[in-house]
Design a protein. Sequence first.
Length: 429
Amino acid sequence: MKKAIIVTVSGKNEGRVRELIALSETLGYTIVKVFSQNREKPDPRFFLGKGKFMELVEYVKNLQEKENGDITIIFDGSLKPIQFFNIYKNLRNINVLDRVQLILEIFEEHAGTREAKLQIELARLKHIRPIIKEWIRQRKIGELPGFLSSGRYDIDAYYLMIKRRITKITRDLEKLRKLREKLRKSRKKAGISTVAIVGYTSAGKTSLFNALTGMQRKIGEEPFTTLSPKHRAIYLDNEIKVLVMDTVGFIDYVPIEIIEAFYSTLEEITESSLIILVIDISETLEEIVRKISGVFETLEKVGVSGKPMIVAFNKIDLVMNRDELVRKTEFLKDILSKRYENIVAYVNISAKKRIGIEELVHKMSEVLSKELVKVVAKIPENKLGNIMLPVKIVERHNGFYICEIHVFKENVGLALKRLMKNNVQLITH
């Protein structure tokens, strides 16, 4: 049994503590104790206040005497290097994780692509680099003798290895980012826009992706089952062809190194034409508000603003009655409208039971139709296959077709350029 102790200074926020316990249990830990302290912010030396921290040290020592097996202490926050050092000095043989390392361990379990694995490694190395630097500093002033039985050269060499590896991974991810950008440009040239599904982890994004596309991507209660974005083309009510994209789940208090490491993935959201924000409406209002805040903080860090957004209140089948659903959604609409400037619609759905999906598709069509321009063109019969745009044949003639082509406003220039290249005669645009 993997035993773990949770340490948090957010005792007033029970939802956050429950979330950390759930994240820990995802990795197979059994939580034997929660050390909680109500503080506005963590102690700069020990995370907990010194007195509470010494209680933790004493508890761990007593637990080690009574029970066999490894013990892990999981801190609900991003530990600073000096905090790691002070904790290590007092608890040398104990495995210590902070919130960042815990999340990255969960990411690692679900990483299925080379890009995802590189992103996780980059985030981990960026997180550990200042910690190793602090250990080196403490060793030089004689405060850390015999650290991990390593000599001076070993630690310095390890630090240099981390720096080199970060440089190498950053280059590799930049190559993958450029490839992803090339694919986006190809889609844009083809007149196809992207709808990005976003939301807090386990809100039901992948279930909605499956409901919209007919696919069967892996879903479950475990967080972060989606790490790499998945695209699938669908046709909306008015025969608009769009790519629906499933994205990595967001989470509260995500440090900048994770955002930076996954930027090439999250960047796709900034290039989308429409965002669908999925919210688990079955949770308590306090939890929903906390998670909404986490989602928008992440979107702001990535640089998403002003794009049209549809809010999908998911899991309505788990809400007790209609009155409760109305009360919750009306309360949240007020909060959401103040947080984001371009929410264009709200829809109640159950992605798993396919309730409200038709209404959502209709709303998507309505929103995207406003961004469409209709081009009527005379296309030579032998050029139709070269157009690579969503074409609707209106009339057939000997040697040519009269066609309607619906393209998004942002793509009109590229579409017209492609038509001219293929000797297409424009009738109206």
